[in-house]
Structure formats: C-alpha cells, structure tokens
Design a protein around this ligand. Structure first.
Ligand SMILES: C[S@@+](CC[C@H](N)C(=O)[O-])C[C@H]1O[C@@H](n2cnc3c(N)ncnc32)[C@H](O)[C@@H]1O
Length: 250
C-alpha cells in the first residue's frame, strides 16, 4: 500500500500540470459580476466576519482565497502544487490583495491560530481526509469549518449522473475545452477514500467524527442559480449545473 506522501507526490504532479488551464473552466473560476457577488455573500454568511483569519486548504489558483481577501479576511492559502499557487500569487499581485501563501500538505497546516478553515473541492483528492480534518481542528480549536462541495460521481442520483454525462458529451461535441488536462488514473483514484465522489452524508460523518462537533448542511442554491444564469445556450441551461452544498461546523 503506497504511503500518503507518495500519493501526495502524484497528486502534486497532476495539479502542477493542470495549473496552466484550470481557470479556463467557468466552474473553477466564475467571472460574472453576479457569480462573484453570490459567492462573496455565501462566504460572508457561512464564515465569521472579517478580519477573521482563514486557512484556505487546497487553495489552488485562489478563487476562494482572493474573494476572501477582497472581503477583508486575513487569508493563508495552503496547497501542495507550486504552479497552482503561482497563479494565485500573480492574481493577488495584480489585484493588490495580500494573501499568505504556503506550499505544503493540507494534513500539515501552518502551526498558527485560525478563526476558520475553508476548502473547495479538495476533500475528494486527499489520501487521508480524516487526518487533514483533525489537523485543521488543531489549528482552529474554536473556529468554523466550511467545506464547499458538490454532489458528483457515484454519489449523485441517477438523473444527475445522466445530466453530468450529457454535459460532458455536449462539450465534446462542441470541441469545448475540457475541465482538466487529464483524468486521475484508476490506481490513484482507488487510493483516495472519496476518489469516486462526495455526498453530504459522507462529509457530515467525516466532520462529526473529527472533533468539529455537529455539522450543518446547506444547499448552495444561490451559487447554482448564478452559475446557470451565466450560461448562454438554452440547452446548457436545460442540462443544469452540478448541485452544490456546504458542510459547516464548529
Ligand atoms: C480541484 S482543485 C481546487 C482548487 C481550489 N480550492 C478551487 O476551489 O478552485 C484541488 C487543489 O487541491 C490541491 N491539493 C490536492 N491535494 C492536496 C493536499 N494533500 N494538500 C494540499 N493541497 C492539495 C491541488 O494542488 C489543487 O490545487
């Protein structure tokens, strides 16, 4: 069985390559004014007020970190992949925002004190999600946890699985850019406890068993609405967008 650090090495290599195209997907880096405003409102609703100190775990190219910094939060962006962080730093520089950037494993956050820990779309790719959430609790013992996730893969219902397949097919027919430069291989995926998908049930169980206390779940309907409104074609709108939810605790 490979060690967590070997798996993280493979994951780092993947995201270092993906950094060049990651932001081309509107799902990764939404840009309309309404989408940005809805995401900002969502983060403000779920997190303690600024200037709280927030750790963004698996910050990537920085969509969440940058919004938080713009809202007046003190942000630490933690990620394994230097190329993803380079994109984040470049954007922060262009926008005149100050963000502390730390290259490293989500399971080994800086030994600092945070008021909140947030992540978006990280948990599925952790070799040991339990260890990461326990480590986050240690650096935010009285803080808030916000997991920003979507329902996908094996855990989506049959109709959402069908819609997701149709969205991929439509993109291929149009020769549209793929969301990633490649897929994770089956071997790597099999080493990741949530590698075949996440669901609210799985994440509530994870959060409540790692010292964060009772969890709340919110469907992020405002975000889904803004994402759908940004779609241009009627067919895209009919196929809808990936269902999103947040798990909040602490
Ligand atoms: C799907 S991207 C999400 C990026 C960003 N949170 C967003 O919402 O756009 C996953 C990110 O998690 C990072 N990552 C994956 N495994 C990690 C780990 N074990 N520790 C820290 N970062 C990790 C990757 O490098 C990548 O930037």
């Amino acid at each position: 069985m490979p060690r967590a650090s070997d798996i993280e090495q493979q994951v780092r290599e993947y995201w270092d390559l993906d950094a060049a195209t990651y932001d081309r997907s509107p799902g990764h880096d939404p840009q309309t004014r309404v989408e940005l405003a809805v995401w900002a409102a969502t983060l403000r609703r779920l997190l303690p007020p600024p200037p709280a100190r927030v750790l963004d775990a698996g910050a990537g190219t920085g969509f969440v970190s940058l919004l938080l910094a713009r809202e007046g939060y003190r942000v630490t962006a933690l990620d394994l992949a230097p190329s993803m962080l380079a994109q984040l730093s470049a954007k922060a520089g262009r926008r005149g925002l100050s963000i502390e950037v730390v290259e490293g494993s989500a399971a080994e956050p800086p030994r600092d004190a945070y008021d909140a820990v947030v992540e978006r779309h990280l948990v599925w790719t952790l070799p040991d999600p339990r260890a990461a959430l326990e480590a986050w609790r240690r650096v935010a013992p009285a803080g808030t946890l916000v997991l920003l996730e979507s329902i996908w893969g094996a855990h989506a219902g049959p109709s959402e699985q069908l819609r997701a397949r149709a969205r991929v097919l439509l993109r291929r027919l149009r020769n549209g850019p793929s969301e990633h430069h490649a897929e994770y291989g089956a071997d790597l995926r099999s080493e990741l406890p949530f590698g075949s998908g996440t669901s609210p049930e799985l994440l509530v169980e994870l959060v409540e068993s790692t010292g964060w206390g009772p969890a709340r779940v919110e469907r992020l309907r405002d975000v889904e609405w803004a994402t759908r409104e940004a779609l241009v074609s009627v067919v895209d709108r009919l196929l809808g967008v990936t269902p999103r939810f947040a798990v909040v605790a602490g």
